[in-house]
Design a protein around this ligand. Structure first.
Ligand code: G3H
Ligand code: 13P
Ligand code: ZN
Length: 320
């Protein structure tokens, strides 16, 4: 199988009440960890590349790593997607350079300017067989180089006009998730009977109103890492300092996946798994210096966390 677009994947996910995992890739071990899990779990997958990833690893290296995964995993559909494309030129470069899907993130612009740039990307992408994700509403946190101290929820009354005027294939909305490992401040949370901080619930009312206005249309959730506390503790036990790292509860993501959410973006959880594992390795083996020795367990833990997401959160295991 060669790289595919997300068109058919999203239709099946929508009808089947599950979501596709969109995982960020920056190097070979991350690509391998994700795709080995998807291969074993028979799950379709979206591998996404940010502007920062292209700057770090180089466009060609990332495309070739993903093409290698396609060869190694012939039985699962794989999408190569641009995450948070900041402008038309970046989207065009990825469309010309082998991506099958791009996101144009016009969420920092006015509604009118967001429509204009998104429409321009859609026209170019569709003429080249590539699908496009747009965004309405802003997530708090960091969207590549654009940092929003506070987010603004998506306004459901805007979504029909946006989708109709732009022709986008999917839409990212803001319902309370945010990027990174510090999604909620402790003062926003309540404390449960086990003494664990529980964040405020996502705005499912907004998601439901958006879906009512756009029946059958695939919705995307960014900022959907759950920030597993065992990895936060692993980081902190081995010299790290990540106080109050709090993510989105997995049950809420599972619920969203059963509704109209067809794509769920996860990056921070993989970073945590990799960093926690490597920190522990360095602490336990101060004499070792062969990168393969610490990258191997890091890759294995990325694989296991992705397997868990596919089976228990996204519901897409066995759907390839
Ligand atoms: O949405 C942001 C993703 O986690 C990508 O992050 O821009 O640091 O590569 P990055
Ligand atoms: P997290 O930081 O929650 O993993 O979100 C990643 C993301 O939305 C990438 O676009
Ligand atoms: Zn994002």
């Amino acid at each position: 199988m060669s790289l595919v677009t997300s068109k058919e994947m999203f239709k099946k996910a929508y009808d089947g009440g599950y979501a596709i995992g969109a995982f960020n890739v920056n190097n070979m071990e991350i690509v391998q960890g994700i795709t080995e899990a998807c291969k074993e779990e028979k799950a379709p997958v979206i591998l996404q590349v940010s502007k920062g990833a292209r700057a770090y690893a180089n466009h060609t290296y990332l495309v070739k790593l993903v093409e290698a995964a396609v060869i190694e995993c012939p039985d699962i559909p794989i999408v190569l997607h641009l995450d948070h494309g900041p402008d038309f030129e970046t989207c065009k470069s990825c469309i010309d350079g082998g991506f099958t899907s791009v996101m144009i993130d016009g969420s920092a612009h006015s509604f009118e300017d967001n429509i204009a740039v998104t429409k321009k990307v859609v026209e170019y992408a569709h003429a080249h067989g590539v699908v496009v994700e747009g965004e309405l509403g802003t997530l708090a946190g960091i969207e590549d180089e654009v940092s929003h101290a506070v987010g603004s929820y998506t306004r459901p009354e805007e979504v029909e006009e946006f989708v109709e005027k732009t022709g986008v294939d999917s839409l990212a909305i803001a319902i309370g998730t945010s990027h990174g490992a510090y999604k909620f401040k402790p003062e926003q949370c309540t404390v449960n009977e086990k003494g664990i901080l529980v964040p405020p619930p996502l705005r499912f009312d907004i998601l439901e109103e958006v879906s009512r206005r756009l029946p059958g249309f695939p919705i995307v959730l960014h900022g959907s890492s759950s920030v597993p506390q065992e990895y936060v503790q692993m980081v902190n036990a081995h010299g790290g300092k990540m106080p109050n790292a709090i993510g989105v509860p997995e049950e809420q993501l599972r619920h969203a996946a059963k509704l109209s959410v067809c794509k769920i973006n996860i990056d921070s959880d993989l970073r945590l798994a990799m960093t926690g594992t490597i920190r522990q390795f360095f602490d336990e083996h101060p004499d070792k210096f062969d990168p393969r020795e610490y990258l191997k367990p890091a890759r294995a833990n990325i694989k296991e966390i992705v397997r868990h997401k596919l089976r228990d959160v996204l519901g897409c295991a066995g759907k390839a």
